[in-house]
Design a protein around this ligand. Structure first.
Ligand code: UDP
Length: 252
């Protein structure tokens, strides 16, 4: 499919104008960053795999009635999505302590949380995506109380559903990050939909049997076997591309 002009280039994806108005093409790169861009690298074949994993998970979520921006996968590295106005908040849902929560609060990684915990971060590379409270979100107009309610309700449903999907393939969903966007219909009515991607780049996934990490922490912490971990998640989900993703196959 012909791509339009480049709209935005992020750390892991590029957005191009789609062929129809109101659509975008999401191109998945192999580039990886961590620690607010301090660490940069390439995870060979990651883009191909994340494109498939995210397609699979977005489709399953749409089947249970979660609205998303996903339309269809175009080729190995591209998917067609609805253009949305991104809400500048990252919603993090945590089931087990890890990462910044463990560091901030001194709770050892792997501790089961008494209940799922939701955190909000303000999307700003300059500021390093700081943790914010609902107060900041509404006071600064990033989202309304109703928007927050809608995002929270969807995020909790996504957590329940994805926890089950991953449990079914022998993987624990430790935590993950979601982004939402606004879509306006012909009557100017606004609807919030799940956007961005869901992949081992923005989920922590541990093998149930061994607690082995199968996500971007392998890259963040120089643990090795990063490509293999992403491939193993794709394989267990049944979405591993038939050709080995060698990074060279950018086309259809
Ligand atoms: N996360 C993300 N993008 C970010 C920050 C976090 O996708 O900019 C994801 C991360 O992969 C993990 C969850 O959100 O699954 C919680 O991340 P945490 O706050 O522990 O931060 P980290 O330790 O990744 O810096």
């Amino acid at each position: 499919m012909a791509r339009g002009r480049k709209i935005y280039e992020g750390k892991a994806k590029i957005l191009y104008a789609g062929t129809e108005p109101g659509t975008l093409i999401q191109y998945f790169k192999d580039d990886a960053t961590a620690f607010n861009n301090e660490k940069k690298g390439v995870i060979t074949g990651k883009g191909v795999i994340n494109n498939r994993i995210s397609e699979f998970l977005m489709l399953r979520l749409m089947e249970i009635g979660i609205p998303t921006h996903f339309m269809n996968r175009i080729n190995m590295r591209e998917q067609l999505v609805r253009e949305v106005e991104i809400i500048p908040i990252e919603i993090i849902i945590r089931n087990i302590a890890a990462g910044s929560l463990s560091k901030r609060l001194g709770i050892p990684e792997g501790t089961q949380l008494p209940r799922s915990i939701v955190e909000y971060c303000y999307k700003s590379d300059e500021l390093g995506d700081p943790l914010v409270a609902e107060e900041h979100i509404t006071a600064f107009g990033w989202a309304s109380p109703q928007d927050i309610d809608d995002m929270l309700a969807m995020a909790l449903r996504v957590n329940d559903f994805l926890s089950g999907v991953f449990m079914g393939i022998g993987v624990k969903l430790i935590d993950f990050k979601l982004e939402f966007g606004r879509i306006f219909d012909e009557n100017g009515e606004m609807r919030i939909v799940l956007a961005d991607e869901i992949s081992p780049d923005n989920c922590r996934l541990w093998d149930i049997a061994t607690n082995e990490k199968m996500d971007k922490d392998r890259f963040r912490r120089d643990m090795g076997h990063v490509e293999e971990a992403y491939q193993e998640i794709a394989r267990r989900l049944g979405v591993l591309p038939e050709e080995a993703p060698d990074g060279a196959n950018d086309g259809a």
